[in-house]
Write a protein that binds this ligand. Structure first.
Ligand code: DGI
Ligand code: FE
Ligand code: FE
Length: 189
């Protein structure tokens, strides 16, 4: 599947605004992949499909989480988290993408996880800093991403956790694990 076909496919699933966001994530993922030595084609494909399930009805996502034996704990946390693992599942099932690296980058693009792959980091950070994003702290992460993907990732995860705490929202354990892993393993330089 080439870029045009992939974009055409995902466009049917998204609003105009979310499609524009997807183009931003695609361009940023390609650029980060080039800078940090990730597979550029996989980064492009994962970015194009990362929000594929964003607008699926909550009931459908819930049903998939239970039927496909995804962590049931997801259901106790924000529905915002669901489109990532459900998206990875549907992209394989409906679009026929079978590349495990691409699917895991989609699956973990919202929560992250401990010991993320390079491709997962690229898509996570690209989703956070694509040019259409405007929220406090995003410029700092953009700057960090020029020199260190890990430092950008830590800052993005940290901002997300702080944002959730400020809103009195629960933090999904895998999001905390992402933060803890990075902080505990980061080479001090
Ligand atoms: O789908 P996008 O908007 O492009 O971005 P995303 O997939 O990173 O989703 C961001 C949303 O997910 C944002 O509203 C915060 C929420 N979120 C991320 N991590 C957690 C979370 N919500 C809860 N409750 N817990 C988390 O750990
Ligand atoms: Fe998302
Ligand atoms: Fe996104």
């Amino acid at each position: 599947m080439n870029r045009e076909q992939a974009l055409e496919c995902v466009k049917t699933q998204l609003t105009e605004h979310r499609y524009t966001h997807t183009i931003g994530v695609m361009e940023t993922s390609i650029s980060l992949a080039e800078t940090y030595g990730a597979d550029v084609e996989k980064a492009e494909l994962a970015a194009i499909f990362h929000d594929y399930a964003k607008f699926r009805p909550l009931e459908e996502m819930k049903e998939i989480i239970l039927r496909e034996k995804m962590p049931p704990m997801l259901l106790e946390y924000s529905p915002e988290l669901w489109h990532a693992p459900v998206g990875a599942f549907l992209v394989e099932k409906e679009v026929g993408i079978s590349d495990r690296d691409v699917l895991s980058a989609i699956k973990f693009h919202t929560s992250g996880r401990a010991d993320m792959t390079l491709l997962e980091k690229v898509v996570y950070v690209a989703d956070y800093i694509e040019p259409g994003r405007r929220f406090p702290g995003v410029d700092e992460v953009r700057d960090l991403a020029k020199d260190s993907l890990d430092l950008a990732l830590i800052q993005a995860v940290k901002n997300t956790v702080i944002f959730l705490l400020k809103k009195n929202q629960p933090v999904y354990p895998e999001t905390m694990e992402t933060y803890n892993f990075l902080i505990q393993t980061r080479r001090k330089d």
